[in-house]
Design a protein around this ligand. Structure first.
Ligand code: SAM
Length: 250
């Protein structure tokens, strides 16, 4: 297993700001606490509904396991876990579906909507679950918010059973033809929407900045391979706005 890189102070990005590890975790937690009550509506608004399409494609790409264990990390209000639940029901497949998130406010919101799912309040870097216990690990729009991303990937690898699948949906880099329009939307329109609808411009400014400072698709692929994932690959949707990375623990 590769050694964890040694970090010094201010070595982490919080949007365009450089902060310490502790500050990053605290600031990210604060952002999602503030946006929790408007979270689902703002997702629809900001993505013009596209997040539903991306999430549907993401869930449809997952394998079906009879009596499988599905873990959705940084699961927020439970969209992905609920979609997995619905899909497995369609196949009449019993399964255990766990949603985990670091933020109690997001979990509370999710629990009200989906009380039948199993909820766990925990950091993606250190989950209180046994190794080799999960068939499918998902993380959607979560990894860029995690402080020690490599540690979170190592943890995903530890938790998966041999043959288990890791799947990550995340914002990525748009194709060059869309760059100007996308930048205008991300840095002018989205913060304004945040201000008008959620009365929190800063939180939505962070969202756009965190997308810009996140790993490129290739860097994420390299990190996945570094922690041990095999057959790692990615595909992009909607002109590169999002990328779906997957890999296996063999
Ligand atoms: N997966 C959900 C979705 O697609 O709607 C939520 C995505 S939301 C943009 C990011 C989530 O990551 C938030 O709910 C936040 O609390 C969570 N998060 C941030 N840092 C985390 C960490 N270190 N461990 C677990 N969850 C984290």
């Amino acid at each position: 297993m590769p050694k964890e890189k040694k970090f010094s102070t201010k070595d982490f990005d919080f949007g365009f700001e450089r902060v310490s590890a502790q500050e990053k975790t605290g600031k990210v937690t604060d952002v999602f606490e503030r946006v929790a009550s408007h979270y689902d509506m703002m997702n629809d608004l900001m993505s013009l509904g596209l997040h539903r399409l991306w999430k549907r494609k993401f869930v449809e790409s997952l394998p079906i396991h009879h009596n499988g264990v599905y873990l959705d990390v940084a699961g927020g209000t439970g969209d992905i876990a609920q979609a997995i639940f619905t899909r497995l029901n369609r196949f009449k497949c019993p399964a255990q579906i766990i949603v985990s998130d670091i933020n109690p406010a997001m979990i509370e919101k999710g629990k009200m909507r989906h009380p039948h799912l199993s909820w766990l309040c925990s950091n993606a870097e250190d989950l209180p679950l046994d190794g080799n216990s999960v068939d499918v690990y998902t993380i959607a729009f979560g990894l860029r918010n995690v402080t020690y991303r490599e540690k979170a990937l190592q943890e995903a690898y530890r938790l998966l059973k041999p043959g288990g699948k890791f799947s990550c949906l995340e914002f990525s880099q748009v194709n060059s033809s869309l760059e100007k329009l996308y930048d205008f939307y991300a840095f002018h329109i989205i913060p304004k929407m945040g201000e008008w609808v959620a009365h929190d411009r800063e939180a939505y400014q962070y969202l756009s900045e965190s997308i810009r400072t996140f790993l490129t698709k290739k860097e994420l692929l390299v990190l996945m391979k570094k922690v041990g994932f095999e057959k790692a690959s990615y595909e992009t949707y909607t002109g590169g706005i999002v990328a779906l990375h997957h890999g296996y623990k063999l």
